[in-house]
Design a protein around this ligand. Structure first.
Ligand SMILES: [Zn+2]
Length: 113
């Protein structure tokens, strides 16, 4: 199915696929036989239990698209809402500031009398 890369190390050690690799739970030897070649134990666990396999993909994964893509109308409405909120806050602040100035000027004028 997929072209297998040449993994021969040239040192006489045969390469082993991860999905068949077993870890001997008695002597920690890694093998792919029914019995451990070192201690003849039949107690083992597959290495994929601890090392996740990476499946080769036939087709590249499509690019992730954002979950929510706002439309132009939504952008305009949201932008208009933000601008309106800022304008409302500025008007409130400016009204309070104007009232404060009027009160302070009235007090100063009252003190002069
Ligand atoms: Zn063993």
């Amino acid at each position: 199915m997929f072209g297998q890369p040449d993994c021969t190390a040239g040192n006489g050690v045969m390469p082993m696929q991860l999905n068949v690799a077993r870890l001997c739970l008695d002597c920690e030897e890694i093998h792919d036989a029914q019995r451990c070649p070192v201690c003849a134990s039949e107690t083992f666990g597959y290495l994929t239990r601890w090392v996740p396999r990476i499946e080769p993909r036939a087709t590249p994964r499509p690019a992730a698209r954002p979950l929510v893509v706002p439309t132009t109308v939504q952008r305009i409405v949201f932008g208009g809402g933000v601008i309106s909120l800022l304008a409302y806050g500025w008007m409130r602040w400016s009204k309070r500031a104007r009232n404060h100035v009027e009160v302070m000027s009235f007090r100063k004028a009252g003190e002069l009398r």
